[in-house]
Design a protein around this ligand. Structure first.
Ligand code: NAG
Length: 181
């Protein structure tokens, strides 16, 4: 679980909190359209006012969406880095399983960027990121929520993303899922 969270964290920061969120399965959640991250994904921004954010996430696509346990997940994310992101940037990550808090931790953003072939400093500009993640086949069924709140070393907001996602219990999943069993 911690490894998954760490993997999640990596993309979370730069442009794709998708990785983390994707690990937890498909969405069972009514989105606020003002908060929905554009693209095929189960992700929302934490706040409707994001003008000061150092990274503007433009689009995140997951394939497949929703992600499937035991299947590779391809993440494509694009965004604009507005100001240089230097060492010291960090991610506050909270993962809940139902009402139970599984994890609440702070991770170094720059250390995590190596997982997606990036490094600090991240210079201003538009970027697209593609990453394939092998999802574990044994993911405990249930509803997960993930919050990734990212800040610079000076505590300027970089981005904040969240998702509430459900992993169906095998046998109680949708007909589409059942066909593959
Ligand atoms: C990124 O792309 C947007 C829209 O395509 C453009 O307005 C902006 O100037 C670009 N930013 C940089 C740093 O190139």
């Amino acid at each position: 679980m911690r490894f998954s969270t760490a993997v999640a964290c990596l993309s979370a920061c730069l442009a794709a909190p998708a990785t983390a969120l994707a690990i937890w399965g498909d969405s069972a959640y009514a989105f606020d359209s003002n908060l929905k991250v554009p693209g095929e994904n189960p992700i929302e921004f934490c706040s409707a006012s994001r003008d000061g954010n150092l990274i503007d996430i433009k689009k995140v696509d997951l394939a497949p969406n929703p992600p499937k346990a035991g299947k590779p997940l391809l993440i494509t994310a694009s965004g604009e880095v507005k100001e240089t992101i230097a060492s010291g940037a960090y991610v506050k990550l909270v993962v809940k399983y139902g009402l139970i808090q599984l994890l609440s931790t702070t991770a170094d953003l720059c250390e995590q960027l190596g997982n997606v072939d990036l490094s600090c400093p991240l210079e201003p500009g538009n970027m697209t990121l593609t990453k394939s993640v092998d999802l574990p086949s044994a993911i405990p069924p249930g509803t997960y929520s993930v919050l990734a709140d990212v800040y610079s070393a000076d505590d300027e907001p970089i981005t904040c993303l969240k998702a509430t996602v459900n992993f169906p219990r095998p046998g109680l999943s949708s007909s589409e899922d059942s066909e593959e069993l």
